[in-house]
Design a protein around this ligand. Sequence first.
Ligand code: FAD
Length: 320
Amino acid sequence: MLHQTTRALFGALAGSAAVKRLASRYGMAGRRGFARRFIAGETIDEAIRAARDIQAAGFLLTLDYLGESVSEPAAASAAAREYVHLLDVIAESGIERNVSLKLTQLGLDIGRDACLRNLRTVVEPAGRLGCFVRVDMEDSSHTQATLDIVRELWRDGARHVGIVLQSYLRRSDEDVRQAIAAGMRVRLVKGAYQEPPSVAWQRYEDVCDAFLRQMRLLLDDGVYPAIATHDEAMIEATCAYAREKRLAADRFEFQMLYGIRRDLQASLVKRGYRLRVYLPFGRQWFPYFMRRLGERPANIASVVRSLFHESRAKGSSLSD
Ligand SMILES: Cc1cc2nc3c(=O)[nH]c(=O)nc-3n(C[C@H](O)[C@H](O)[C@H](O)COP(=O)(O)OP(=O)(O)OC[C@H]3O[C@@H](n4cnc5c(N)ncnc54)[C@H](O)[C@@H]3O)c2cc1C
């Protein structure tokens, strides 16, 4: 399947130091850096500015301070402190209080206890400030640990924390049922990582079937589910199901990534649906950016065009 092949290719390129150097040099340089289509900026100030624009256009938002695969304990606790600072800035700025984060950013690969401690450092002030915290889902080697950690916080009463479930995983029907039984808020996505057939559906049709099945379960009995996709067929099926079930438009929301299908984002809001934009920012944008490229080969052409343009303008070679 083409999707799987490009994902695998971009997964491999994401590990290349040369590609990372090249991307870091040009990706966010100036106002025309090619990564700016998907990343709001490298600083909190840039992110808040982008957030204000998004809100002014009628969208909801969630801010993601990019970072993942942290292997040093000091870096994981520093990431937690950065999130706490972000919460303060969000509260001061008056933008919507909603963040997304990844557990490997907070030390999941170092150890469960360290990660849980760091997550609590973020979740406690978030609760005081009335900020919702969405724990993103990473590759399948982290699925169970991520769900276990969120369930532990949930047992402590942290109702302002939600999870993400990926419909490409064979296990997700069951995870959706469990989340519904617990009353946990779910963001449903197709899934962004390269996964083997033993754990994940490989055919596009099977992933879509699972997505639609799980969307229906969530709309029937879930707590304010988030249907996160740019796939018009999935979106129209969700709208049709909500109409059939006479579900008011404020009982669920759609979510899309910053810079992707802005036309569709605007048209859904115009039709009266809630649409949350996932707004990533920060210096660690490279792996996130590579996943976006891997999802759509057409993105690569525009990056290559922009790279040649930049390197010609600066008089340097692409191979340096
Ligand atoms: C708000 C949000 C949060 C997410 N959080 C997670 C998470 O925590 N864990 C996780 O594994 N995945 C996450 N994802 C990513 C998700 O799993 C998919 O990889 C991604 O959304 C692409 O799938 P799709 O449903 O849009 O459908 P696709 O079938 O991939 O795409 C449908 C159409 O959308 C457009 N499109 C999709 N991707 C791109 C792109 N990169 N560039 C340009 N156009 C594009 C194209 O028009 C394409 O034809 C998230 C997605 C969203 C929207």
